[in-house]
Design a protein around this ligand. Structure first.
Ligand SMILES: Cc1cc2nc3c(=O)[nH]c(=O)nc-3n(C[C@H](O)[C@H](O)[C@H](O)COP(=O)(O)OP(=O)(O)OC[C@H]3O[C@@H](n4cnc5c(N)ncnc54)[C@H](O)[C@@H]3O)c2cc1C
Length: 417
């Protein structure tokens, strides 16, 4: 792998990490993702599926705990190193990378509070896991609530008329959880644990919610069928139902008193990570188009000699490079700052996913009819990139949310802590 990284501060460790992540993406993720793409959602998660080969190898290499500090058993990577790994893995497959990312978020959430109960029961076992037998998911959206669950700071978020479909009530030393999460929960049907968002004080709208880290083998938990969809078919998704599920009080990470701020902090990381994944998939599509344009002869010469094709390739290159700059900056800022700047992460997500989609779309144009054929990777990259415009918040509503924040908070002061 040989491309110029404009960050002149990359050291030998960063480059070695990039090379090993790229090798894993190329040798393990690409072939497995292609196989999974052609399977039914049920086949994808079957015991003997290559999905589990990927998961086990990723856990063996520690890619499931790249966000977790070494004090908790994680890898102690710098934000730049995390960003580099995310880009490379998403080059291999964005669906598998998203799945691996959500798999560890319940443990990462535990490190944000550092409470002994959460660390002993969830964080440490997850970090010690090398066989993918502990897999988390992130359950926030509900059948009737998508965008409105991910708009902290916006007036919609505190509207008391909006009633959540998954609620938690305190009963003695336990919370009782009832309701369900959407069919879109990534890793929903394979997860052993959930980073679960529940409404607790409906008079505050979604702002009156809380987040729990819970195991999913408790009485009263059930799951739906794995979701069938056009893109990111290698990412398992599905509903989770809760029927009088009792969890110890200590499973609560944050309640209504600090939920909105905590969610903003969390989303400032997840949306920035979507920007980082966008670089990988956009770069993959650009490279496919470049290689194809060099080899396809039309009108007696390779496509690459035509100025319109050169122009398209430059536009792809521009989008990949600007996505990397913005996404790394938003990730680095929000990983280092106690007061998050979510609107910058939303720029990274909206710009990055839109760019990845446009790059894949234009790449298909360069491929001509072959771009529509299952024989070439590019049609899969296009379908996977399309899903990203909705994943982790629809770009439309994220823009509304970030626009609201920008108007209220601009100009911000530089306040690194
Ligand atoms: C690949 C993928 C992975 C996902 N992973 C997870 C996961 O791990 N966990 C999880 O909980 N969820 C997950 N989701 C769900 C995702 O977060 C939601 O799909 C997303 O937030 C949009 O919600 P929705 O689909 O219900 O669309 P809706 O909220 O119904 O919005 C549809 C459209 O309506 C418009 N709209 C909606 N609200 C407004 C508004 N207030 N103002 C103006 N226009 C509006 C926008 O144009 C929007 O695009 C995933 C989704 C995808 C596609």
């Amino acid at each position: 792998m040989n491309y110029l990284d404009l960050d002149i501060n990359l050291n030998e460790d960063d480059i070695a990490l990039r090379q090993s992540a790229h090798r894993f993406a190329k040798e393990v993720m690409r072939p497995i993702a292609k196989e999974l793409d052609e399977m039914t959602p049920e086949q994808v998660i079957a015991k003997d599926s290559p999905f589990w080969t990927f998961m086990k190898k990723a856990y063996e290499l520690g890619y499931h705990k790249i966000y977790i500090p070494d004090t908790y058993g994680g890898l102690d990577l710098t934000p730049l190193q995390q960003a580099i790994i995310m880009e490379e893995l998403a080059w291999g497959s964005v669906g598998l990378t998203v799945g691996l990312g959500v798999a560890g978020f319940f443990a990462f959430g535990g490190t944000l509070t550092g409470e002994d109960y959460l660390v002993d029961n969830f964080v440490t076992p997850f970090c010690e896991c090398t066989d993918a037998s502990i897999v988390g998911c992130w359950g926030i959206t509900e059948p009737d609530h998508g965008s409105d669950t991910v708009m902290p700071g916006h007036p919609i978020f505190s509207d008391p008329n909006i009633k959540g479909q998954c609620r938690a009530k305190l009963d003695g030393d336990e919370y009782v959880i009832n309701g369900q999460k959407a069919a879109w929960v990534s890793m929903g049907t394979v997860a052993t644990h959930c980073f679960l968002f529940c409404q607790m004080d409906p008079s505050m709208g979604f702002a009156g919610s809380g987040i729990f880290t819970i195991p999913l083998d408790l009485p009263g938990v059930s799951k739906g069928a794995p979701l069938n969809k056009i893109g990111q078919r290698d990412l398992n998704q599905g509903e989770i139902f809760f029927d009088n599920v009792r969890v110890p009080k200590d499973c609560l990470i944050v309640g209504p008193e600090a939920y909105e701020v905590f969610l903003e902090t969390t989303l400032s990381l997840t949306t920035a990570s979507m920007g980082l994944y966008s670089i990988g998939i956009a770069r993959a599509a650009m490279e496919e188009a470049l290689e194809y344009a060099k080899n396809r002869i039309q009108g007696g010469k390779p496509l690459i000699e035509y100025p319109n094709v050169q122009m398209k390739l430059f536009e792809m290159f521009r989008k990949v490079e600007t996505t990397r700059l913005m996404s790394r900056a938003a990730w680095n800022y929000n990983m280092n700052n106690t007061e998050s700047a979510e609107e910058y992460s939303i720029i990274a997500k909206v710009h990055g996913t839109q760019s990845a989609y446009e790059v894949a779309h234009e790449a298909i144009q360069i491929f001509g009819g072959n771009g529509l054929s299952k024989e070439y990777l590019i049609e899969k990259l296009f379908r996977d990139a399309r899903a990203m415009l909705i994943e982790d918040g629809s770009n439309d509503t994220l823009a509304i949310s970030a626009g609201h924040k920008f108007i209220q908070t601009y100009p911000r002061m530089n306040d690194l802590t």
